[in-house]
Design a protein around this ligand. Structure first.
Ligand code: ZN
Length: 159
């Protein structure tokens, strides 16, 4: 036994260990697929706890790289989704060096915001008064408003 476990050795969190986070990550991964189709899905990794510190769970890229704070347990699905979206945004934007997700109307990075209990992506809007801040979509539903075109996607013909 080692009194100081190697903190650089994370493990993959298994499906079902944290059902609220699993569900939240699935929603965030839908948004990732809709906006950065070349990225493989994000996943949860855990660094071992030591002494009186619990294991710490992070949202990581598929290669295991994470950035920012660990997840704090939420009481509800909405809280879990806010936390996971926040962590995913930190990891993607810091590790890939790009704003994510970006509002395609204003070309601005969006942020998670609780819209009457419904976690959503919020955009600061344009500089004109007629172009105010807005909620772009519920987290997990970005593909409804801004899917990145894929060259191999078949066009639907009108007839
Ligand atoms: Zn916008």
């Amino acid at each position: 036994m080692c009194a100081f476990p190697d903190r650089s050795e994370p493990r993959l969190v298994l499906d079902g260990e944290h059902p609220l986070w699993d569900e939240a990550l699935a929603a965030v991964n839908r948004d990732l697929a809709a906006t950065l189709p070349d990225q493989r899905p994000l996943r949860l990794i855990a660094y071992p706890g030591y002494e009186d510190l619990d294991e710490q769970v992070y949202v990581a890229l598929s290669n295991g790289e994470a950035h920012g704070s660990s997840l704090t347990p939420g009481r509800s699905a909405a809280e879990a989704l806010m936390a996971v979206a926040d962590a995913a945004q930190d990891t993607v934007s810091e590790r890939l060096w790009r704003a994510w997700p970006v509002c395609t109307v204003h070309d601005l990075g969006m942020h998670p915001r609780d819209a009457d209990g419904r976690p959503s992506w919020w955009c600061a809007g344009g500089s004109r008064e007629s172009d105010p801040a807005h909620l772009r979509a519920a987290i997990g539903e970005l593909d409804a408003v801004q899917r990145t075109p894929r060259p191999n996607r078949k066009r639907r013909k009108s007839r």
